[in-house]
Design a protein around this ligand. Structure first.
Ligand code: DGP
Length: 112
């Protein structure tokens, strides 16, 4: 089922896009939790990470490499956090798989 991120991917609604390739799109989060907060979103509509299958292996690797590239492009390549919220109870609110790339402040561990 399509979500707001599917609409961003199809350019039906605007977003502050910082990176795009054939597999994914990266754009700034509308409600940033750090000075840099970018969402890495596959163009394929997978609701959540636990719905991905063996056929998505290269896509998932691609997202990780894209995150590293976006971090470098944005000048935060040495200090960033990647987060995937999987399922509503883990804090997922948009059911289109995405990586949160957060940077520009100190992060605590364990995460909240
Ligand atoms: P999550 O809770 O992990 O599903 O993260 C969803 C994120 O998406 C949340 O940090 C806010 C962001 N978000 C929701 N709607 C929009 C939107 O329309 N545009 C952008 N850029 N971000 C959005």
């Amino acid at each position: 089922m399509t979500t707001i991120f599917g609409k961003v991917v199809r350019r039906e609604i605007p977003a502050d896009i910082v990176y795009e390739d054939e597999v994914c799109l990266a754009f700034r989060d509308i409600n940033p939790q750090a000075p840099t907060h970018v969402l890495i979103v596959p163009k394929k509509e997978i609701a959540k990470l636990s719905d991905a299958g063996a056929g998505d292996e290269s896509l998932l690797g691609h997202l990780m490499l894209a995150a590293g590239r976006v971090a470098r492009d944005l000048g935060v390549g040495d200090a960033f956090r990647l987060v995937v919220n999987n399922g509503a109870e883990a804090g997922q609110s948009v059911f289109h798989l995405h990586l949160h790339l957060l940077a520009g402040r100190k992060f605590r561990w364990p995460p909240g």
